[in-house]
Design a protein around this ligand. Structure first.
Ligand code: DGJ
Length: 715
C-alpha cells in the first residue's frame, strides 16, 4: 500500500470513529439559485440532504435531514440500484465508502470546483465526487473518478457519474424518442415505485432512438414557465443510461452515467477511471428558464466557438444525391451566390476510385476524389468557390467503411466486425475500431490531409451513419467489454488533435440525421444536424424539442423541398429559428421565391446576434394545438425577433393575444414585419412598451389559412 493510500485509510477511520457531530462537515455545491447539500453521517458515510432552490439562510442548513447515501455501493445495506459496483482482485464485490475530505477551488472558467473524496476501509478503492458549479447559469456538472489502489486489477461493473436523490410528492419525466426522420418525439410519464430506464446501446450512433436529455417535473408536470423542474443530460458521445428509481420512501434516485451494458471495465493497479459529466440545472419557474440556463452556459463554456459567428450555406445533398459532376457543383455554387449565403457545402459522393462512391454501397473509407466526377479535384472546387466570393465546405464520414472499399480490403483488422460470423450491415457499412491508436491516426489523417492539401476548406460536415454492429475488436482481444467506452475515448483523441491543429474550422455533427448529439461532442463541433426530416411542420416539433437544452445556434435548419405544400416563406421562417441553410437548387424555385430567399438571408444576417446569441422564449408550444410561437431577445433586451406559425387553424377559433416575454417593460419597441409576403400584421409599424407586449400581448395568430407564418423584429 502506498503512503498516500495509507493516509486515506487512516483519515477515513478517524472520520468514522472519532468525528463528533459538530465536526462533521456540511458540503454545499451551489450556484446563484440552486443548491445541493451533503452531510457526513455519524457512520462516516456521505449523505445527500438537499437539492433544490438555494436556501439563503445558512443557519437553516444544519436542520436538513439526511436523505440517501451520496454514492451508493453494491452489496451493502441499501438495496436500491448502486452507483458503484467494483469487483476487487479477490472477487469480493462490495465497497463501503466513507468520507475522507473535500476541497473547493475555482477552475479556469471561473466555476467553483468541489471535490469530495470517499474511500473504502477494507480495500484501497477511492472515489472522488467532482462537482463544477457555474453560478450565473445555475448549471452543475458532476463526474466521478474511481481509483484502484490494489496491486492487482479490479473490474468496474457499474460506475455512475452521478447519483442524486429528490424527495418530492410526485415526479413527472419528459423524455424524447424516435428514429430516423422522426427524432425527438416528446412523451411524459409519472414515475411511481420502481425503475424507469432511459438508455442506449448503439455505440457510435448513440442517440438514434433517444437523445441523452430529459426534463423532470417535481411535484407537478414540467411546465414552460412555472413549477420546479430538473433538466439533465450526460456529456458522453456513446452509450448512456439514466435510471429513475422511486424507493419505498417515495424518494427518487436519479442515476446517470455510461451505460454499464457490456461495458465492464478492468482497472489495472493504480489506475483511475474518470466518468463523463452529468450536467443539470434546477429551475423554480419551469422548463423555459432551465433551457435558457443551458443555452447561455453551453455557448459560453462548451460549444466550439460558442460565441462566434455561423455561416449560412447551400448544401447539394437533396439537390443531387450522389449524381453530380464538376459542372453541376459549380452551377450550385452560382445558386448559393444567388441566395446570398456564405458557403457551398459538398455532401457525400465525391470520393473512391476502385469503388467509386456512386451509391451508399461502396467507396466509404477511400478518401481520394473520384477521377471521373472530380477530375480537377477538391482544389478546383475551392478555387471556383473563391472566385464566386463564397466559402467551400466538405462532407466526410471518417469513422466508417464500406466492405466494398480499398480500405476494407487492406485493413480488415481495423474494422469492428466478427471474425467468425457472416457480417450484417447498417446502411451497407461498418464502423472502424477507434479503440485502436493506429485507426485513430488514420481517422485524424483524413482531416489533416484534406486541410493540408486544401487549406481553403472552410467547414466539415462529419457524418456517422451506422451504430456499432458485429461487435468485436481485433485490437482489444480479451478486453471486448472495453470497446463501447474506448471507442468514444478514441474518438475524443482524434477530435482533440483536430481541434488543437485547426481550432477555427467549424464542423457540423451529423449522424444520419440526428443519431448523435451531446455537449461533449459540441466541444468539437460548432453545430449539429437535428434530422434529415426538413418538412417545416415536423421541424417545428424537432427544433422545439432539441431547444430544451441545445441553443438555436447549434441546430442546423435547412430549407428544402420536403413538403412543397408549405410556401417558401413558411419553410424559410421555420429554418430562420436555427442555423439557416438551404438544401435545394434554384430551379426548384420561381424567380420571386429566389428573391424572397435572398432577402430573408439578409434579414437573418441582421438578426443573428438576437436569434443565435440571445435568449429564447417559447411562447406557444406546437404540442398545445394548431399554432406555435417562439421569440428571441438580445442579451441587452434592446432587440427581439418573434416567430409565429399557424399550422392548422380552426374555423372561427377564439384566438387570444400572445404575451411576449423577456423584454424590458420600461422600453418602447417598434414592430417591424420582415420576410413579408404581402400579408402583414395590422399592427406592423406600431410602437408598444415592453410592459404592454408582455402583459396584453399581440394577436400573432390568425384563423385565415393553414401554414401561414410571420416574423417580426422589435427594435
Ligand atoms: C445522412 C445525412 O443526414 C444526410 O444529410 C447526408 O449527408 C447523407 N447522410 C449522405 O450520405
Amino acid at each position: 500500500m502506498t503512503k498516500r493510500l495509507a493516509f486515506i485509510f487512516v483519515a477515513a477511520l478517524l472520520c468514522s470513529l472519532g468525528m463528533a457531530a459538530a465536526d462533521k462537515p456540511i458540503i454545499k455545491v451551489e450556484t446563484n439559485n440552486v443548491q445541493l447539500v451533503y452531510k457526513v453521517g455519524n457512520d462516516g458515510h456521505l449523505y445527500q440532504c438537499y437539492l433544490g432552490k438555494k436556501l439563503t439562510h445558512d443557519g437553516d442548513i444544519q436542520h436538513l435531514d439526511n436523505l440517501n447515501e451520496a454514492y451508493l455501493t453494491h452489496g451493502m445495506k441499501d438495496y436500491f440500484e448502486p452507483a458503484l459496483h467494483v469487483e476487487h482482485s479477490d472477487h469480493n464485490s462490495t465497497c463501503d465508502l466513507k468520507y475522507v475530505g473535500h476541497e473547493v477551488s475555482t477552475n479556469a472558467d471561473g466555476a467553483t470546483l468541489t471535490t469530495i473524496t470517499l474511500a473504502d476501509e477494507v480495500y484501497p478503492t477511492t472515489v472522488k465526487l467532482v462537482f463544477t458549479a457555474y453560478a450565473d447559469n445555475d448549471i452543475i456538472m458532476e463526474h466521478t473518478a474511481i481509483t484502484n489502489g490494489e496491486k492487482k486489477p479490479v473490474v468496474l461493473h457499474k460506475y455512475a457519474s452521478s447519483l442524486l436523490t429528490l424527495d418530492r410528492s410526485k415526479y413527472f419525466l419528459t423524455e424524447y424518442s424516435g428514429d430516423w426522420a422522426r427524432e425527438v418525439a416528446k412523451s411524459e410519464t409519472q414515475l411511481t415505485f420502481g425503475k424507469k430506464v432511459l438508455d442506449t446501446k448503439l455505440g457510435s450512433r448513440a442517440s438514434m432512438f433517444m437523445p441523452s436529455f430529459f426534463q423532470l417535473g417535481l411535484d407537478s408536470p414540467a411546465a414552460e414557465n412555472s413549477g420546479e423542474v430538473l433538466v439533465g443530460t450526460l456529456s458522453w458521445t456513446g452509450n448512456y443510461r439514466f435510471t429513475f428509481e422511486v424507493d419505498q420512501n417515495g424518494r427518487l434516485r436519479l442515476l446517470s452515467g455510461i451505460n454499464p451494458y457490456f461495458s465492464q471495465y478492468t482497472l489495472k493497479a493504480g489506475e483511475a477511471f474518470t466518468t463523463p459529466e452529468f450536467v443539470f440545472t434546477v429551475s423554480d419557474c419551469g422548463m423555459g428558464k432551465a433551457m435558457r440556463n443551458f443555452h447561455r452556459w453551453s455557448r459560453d463554456f462548451m460549444v466550439k466557438n460558442g460565441n462566434g459567428d455561423r455561416m449560412t450555406l447551400l448544401n447539394n445533398w437533396e439537390a443531387t444525391g450522389f449524381d453530380f459532376n464538376e459542372d453541376k457543383l459549380v452551377n450550385l455554387m452560382d445558386d448559393a451566390v444567388k441566395m446570398g449565403v456564405d458557403m457551398f457545402l459538398l455532401d457525400d459522393g465525391w470520393f473512391g476510385n476502385k469503388y467509386p462512391r456512386e451509391s451508399d454501397h461502396q467507396g466509404l473509407g477511400d478518401w481520394q476524389e473520384t477521377a471521373d466526377k472530380l477530375p480537377h479535384k477538391i482544389g478546383y472546387l475551392c478555387q471556383k468557390a473563391r472566385e464566386k466570393g463564397i466559402k467551400f465546405g466538405l462532407w466526410i464520414e471518417p469513422e466508417m467503411v464500406n466492405p466494398k472499399s480499398e480500405l476494407y480490403e487492406k485493413r480488415p483488422e481495423w474494422v469492428i466486425h466478427l471474425p467468425n460470423r457472416k457480417e450484417y450491415y447498417f446502411r451497407n457499412q461498418l464502423v472502424l475500431d477507434l479503440s485502436n491508436p493506429k485507426v485513430q491516426d488514420y481517422v485524424y489523417g483524413i482531416v489533416d490531409r484534406l486541410l493540408t492539401d486544401y487549406p481553403e476548406i472552410a467547414f466539415f460536415k462529419w457524418d456517422c451513419n451506422s451504430p456499432i454492429t458485429n461487435i468485436w475488436s481485433n485490437y482489444l482481444q480479451d478486453k471486448q467489454t472495453h470497446l463501447y467506452v474506448d471507442y468514444v475515448r478514441g474518438l475524443y483523441k482524434v477530435l482533440d488533435r483536430i481541434r488543437a491543429k485547426y481550432p477555427a474550422v467549424p464542423m457540423m455533427l451529423c449522424s444520419g440525421g440526428s443519431g448523435r448529439i451531446d455537449f461533449e461532442a459540441l466541444r468539437y463541433f460548432t453545430e449539429f444536424w437535428p434530422s434529415d426530416n426538413t418538412d417545416p411542420i415536423e421541424r417545428l416539433y424537432i427544433q422545439w424539442a432539441y431547444s430544451g437544452i441545445y441553443p438555436a445556434k447549434t441546430q442546423c435548419a435547412h430549407v428544402t423541398t420536403w413538403n412543397r405544400d408549405a410556401s417558401i416563406k413558411f419553410r424559410v421562417d421555420v429554418a430562420s429559428m436555427g442555423k439557416l441553410g438551404f438544401d435545394l437548387k434554384c430551379s426548384d424555385l420561381k424567380d420571386d421565391e429566389i428573391g424572397f430567399c435572398r432577402k430573408a438571408v439578409e434579414n437573418y444576417n441582421h438578426n443573428k446576434p438576437v436569434v443565435l446569441d440571445g435568449d429564447m422564449y417559447r411562447l406557444v408550444s406546437p404540442y398545445e394545438g394548431d399554432h406555435t410561437s417562439t421569440m428571441f431577445v438580445s442579451r441587452d433586451r434592446q432587440r427581439a425577433v418573434v416567430f409565429a406559425f399557424d399550422v392548422n387553424p380552426r374555423y372561427s377559433e377564439h384566438l387570444l393575444p400572445v404575451k411576449l416575454q423577456g423584454l424590458d417593460p420600461a422600453r418602447e419597441y417598434r414592430v417591424k414585419e420582415i420576410n413579408e409576403n404581402g400579408n402583414n400584421y395590422w399592427f406592423n409599424g406600431r410602437t408598444y412598451s415592453g410592459e404592454y407586449l408582455m402583459t396584453v400581448g399581440l394577436h400573432l395568430f390568425s384563423t385565415n389559412r393553414g401554414l401561414t407564418s410571420h416574423v417580426i423584429e422589435l427594435e
